[in-house]
Design a protein around this ligand. Sequence first.
Ligand code: SF4
Length: 563
Amino acid sequence: MAIDRIIRVDMSTGAVTEERAPERYALLGGRALTARMLLEETDARIHPLSAEAKLFIAPGLLAGTAATTSGRTSFGFKSPLTGGTKEANAGGQLGHRLARLGIKAIVVSGAARGGWRRLDMDAEGARLSAADDLAGRGNYDLHRELVGEARRTRAAATIGPAGEHRLSAASIAVTDPEGRPTRHAARGGPGAVMGAKGLKAIVVDDSGGARTVPGENADAFKREVVQFSRTVLEDPRVHNTSRYGTAGVVKFVNRENVLSMPTRNHRHGSWERADTISGQLIEELGRERGGKMLPCMAGCIIKCAILYHDAGGGHVTTALEFETLALLGSNLEIGPADAVAELDRLCDDVGLDTIEMGNAIGVAMEAGALAWGDWEGVRRLLDEDVRAGTPLGRIAGNGTASVAAAWGIDRVPVVKGQGLPAWEPRTLKGMGITYGSSPQGADHTAGMVTARGVTPETLAQQSRREQLTMMALDSAGLCQFTNALPADMAAFVRERFGAEMSEERLLAEAREAIETEREFNRRAGFDREDDRLPRWLLEEPLPLPDGPAVFDIDEALIDAVWA
Ligand code: SF4
């Protein structure tokens, strides 16, 4: 089945048109496709929130198929946070639904005048209509109305109030299998770009579409699907993820020999109350309260999404992840898990990146604007100020650097303007190499390197390899928790499209896609100085047992990652 429809939505004129994807896009999907279209179709020097900017939405190459976890959707744009290329992807039900309607990409351009719009897509076509009745509403309310009982065939991508206010930390919420807005394309401000277009919601109903997208070599593709699923289920790393979600790493990274649990605006790498937000504790609470592990999309066999209930058994959030527990928890000295879960729900509802907000609020606490551990103050900030778009809410919702500028703080946890993930670059130096050299800025999903006790050269090689692998995963639409190797993805692409594909060619194409992103950043005015980590990470040590640790990787080694 061909997935080659490109839907173009001009928000300025209201025109919705359709074209066939050119042949050169045939083996591009997800992140690689959005990066290419962003470079080819937009001037890198435009303002990211201007009418000239575009938002590209693309499922991965394997979307719609039976390959496990293959339904991630990429959102590509010029980031209002970094000023460079950005791709944020999300699980949820959107990617499979788009693919089953044969849709390879949606391109949103222009800017609506005089009110909000929604885009509805189904087997009959795509239609833009007025949506002022949706304005000001949170994501939970929106997905209940737009998807609700039709969740078996429908999925939405929406912005909350933060996106309407065009805040740089605004996310796009994607419907999960239970009909809730718990999967977010969050990093870099995609919600702000969608908000600037005047587009409040995209609703996709695939009831008239294909049920499953087959491989071109159907039998061989099925064999790959079965074999890959077996490999995933036998992987001991996956067992841990399935049991505790990403929250399972809290105990491990909080230890004195890792120190990767950001605490007090990254001043410490360990928090004495980390047990109150650990995956093990959350699992115990889940047993008492009726929580469980869920898939974030149909067909996921790992199921890492934590369904989190309150003491009365009511739903609070789904997908309480390590990054959220760390940035909105230990980094702000907020616990226990119940408290962080409430903040996670608020971020999902208002439509905010939990990593960016955890960093931004950490800086605000450092400035004395809020006290450490002030859960009620953080709740008010998110639920009242950011939601309403007060001046304070806008400063916070525009991210870490915005808060630092407002309070005159010079110790700012950002790379390329984007807040640091939890993975600590002073003790896990490979992560620092990724944060510096990735065109995406400080983004752990760009290339996880957690090795220790190896040479800086080895870390740089691992970062490069992981960044290529992540590019391939994000382009295939596969989830990183499968631990899929380039060889797995090459086999999938070969049998799905009946194309020549080897591991070497797949990695070469991933490299080309990264160069596409780097070229956009060059045109946007980035240079090597933008690949540097903030000075305080080079000067302020964390106390590992074998001595103080700073980020001391030679700049030349970071420059050499893509040389
Ligand atoms: S492993 Fe987790 S993040 Fe990945 S597809 Fe499954 S539920 Fe979603």
